[in-house]
Design a protein around this ligand. Structure first.
Ligand code: PLP
Length: 374
């Protein structure tokens, strides 16, 4: 066996021994507490019909886009969609990327140069970390949601400064203190970049996100909003001022060197945003979150509850978290364990996602099953 295969097999064996080997699964569990389809858009027949009708009105819809946006992959419908979404979010402009991962990597890696500084919350998403890793900038992380720790890094920062946070953290569901973070960034003339992946559809009027809920549109340098979660589609948009969009078109490699999303995907995104703008779904969702929190509390469960759709039950090891998930899956609940190295060792957890379509009976049955696992 050559050295490369020895390396690969050793790395896999290491994961097996730590109980952290990732595996693809097609198993289906009927009660969804796992997907990020918070508003049920991915399963909405109303939305599906709207998409089909809209597509039928467009003269020629090719299967694929045929090239990158800068070559043959652009379409007036994509530009219209970008303008519509930017307007919905009170931003000057928006640029669609093929995924949230691409958006974060392209945005961060194109902006920060040698001598600049990137300061990120220690729990930010891998895509923001990977974007930062691709730069030659100085990189610091600060203790989760801790303003003093952020300020300590801002004091030693050089060049253009970029501060990276999520408005709702994807693995814990807790919220960033955005007003304090924004004020701190302003004091040090740092550019605040906020990932709103798990805030869209959940917070703010009409689910516009936490930046709009808090009126911070003018305070942030850029927002990243993804379409694969509450919007039920796929892709993402970077929102900011018009020169930022032009800069990204010229320098963001994950935008430039990739085939544009097919038109039917852009139509789906546009129709989903129309559905989002047609009615405020957030009170309904907040009611589900409240039901879960109250039921968990009255069951006397020592669990963390958050104000978002992402809830966690902590375990102390990969094995205990995986066993808990397996036991719930046997009862029909689609719940997955999030294990290290995705989360730090000792903070392994069940990640429970709440949706507009989860019924009170489902929530109560889940809590009863969690109590039995204690
Ligand atoms: C906070 C956050 N940002 C970005 C992403 C990436 O988005 P996408 O799934 O569209 O690549 C995710 C999803 O995994 C996420 O949770």
């Amino acid at each position: 066996m050559n050295k490369t295969w020895q390396f690969i097999l050793h790395k896999l064996q290491d994961r097996k021994e730590k109980g952290s080997l990732r595996k693809l699964s097609t198993a289906l569990y009927p009660i969804d507490f796992c997907s990020n389809d918070y508003l049920g858009f991915a399963r909405s027949t109303l939305l599906q019909q709207h998409i089909t009708d809209t597509l039928s009105q467009i003269e020629h819809v090719p299967i694929g886009s045929g090239g990158s946006r800068l070559l043959s992959g652009n379409h007036f419908y994509t530009e219209e969609t970008e303008n519509f979404i930017a307007q919905f979010h009170g931003a000057e402009s928006g640029l669609i990327f093929n995924s949230g991962y691409d958006a974060n990597v392209g945005l961060i890696s194109s902006l920060a140069q040698r001598g600049d500084t990137i300061i990120s919350d220690e729990l930010i998403h891998a895509s923001l970390i990977d974007g930062a890793r691709l730069t030659h900038a100085n990189r610091y992380s600060f203790k989760h949601n801790n303003i003093e720790a952020l300020e300590a890094k801002l004091k030693i920062a050089t060049g253009n400064i970029y501060v990276l946070v999520e408005s709702v953290y994807s693995m814990d569901g807790d919220l960033a203190p955005l007003q304090e973070i924004s004020a701190c960034c302003k004091k040090y003339e740092a550019n605040l970049i906020v990932d709103e992946a798990h805030a869209l559809g959940v917070f703010g009027p009409y689910g516009k996100g936490r930046i709009q809920e808090l009126g911070l549109e003018k305070e942030v340098f850029a927002r990243v909003v993804t379409f694969g979660k509450a919007l039920g589609c796929h892709g993402a948009i970077v929102l900011g001022e018009a020169p930022l969009k032009e800069y990204l078109v010229n320098y963001a490699r994950s935008f430039i060197y990739t085939t544009a999303a097919p038109l039917h995907n852009i139509v789906s995104i546009n129709c989903a945003y129309q559905l989002l703008a047609s009615a405020d779904h957030t009170p309904w969702l907040q009611q589900t979150i409240m039901q879960y929190s109250n039921a968990l509390k009255s069951a006397g469960y020592r669990g963390l509850t958050s104000k978002s759709t992402i809830q966690t039950i902590r375990y102390q090891s990969n094995t205990t978290a995986k066993n808990a998930a397996a036991s719930l899956q046997q009862k029909g609940f689609d719940i997955r364990a999030i294990v290290s190295p995705t989360v730090p060792i000792g903070t392994e957890r069940l990640r429970i996602c709440l949706h507009i379509y989860n019924t009170e009976e489902e929530i109560n049955a889940l809590i009863q099953s969690l109590v039995l696992l204690k």
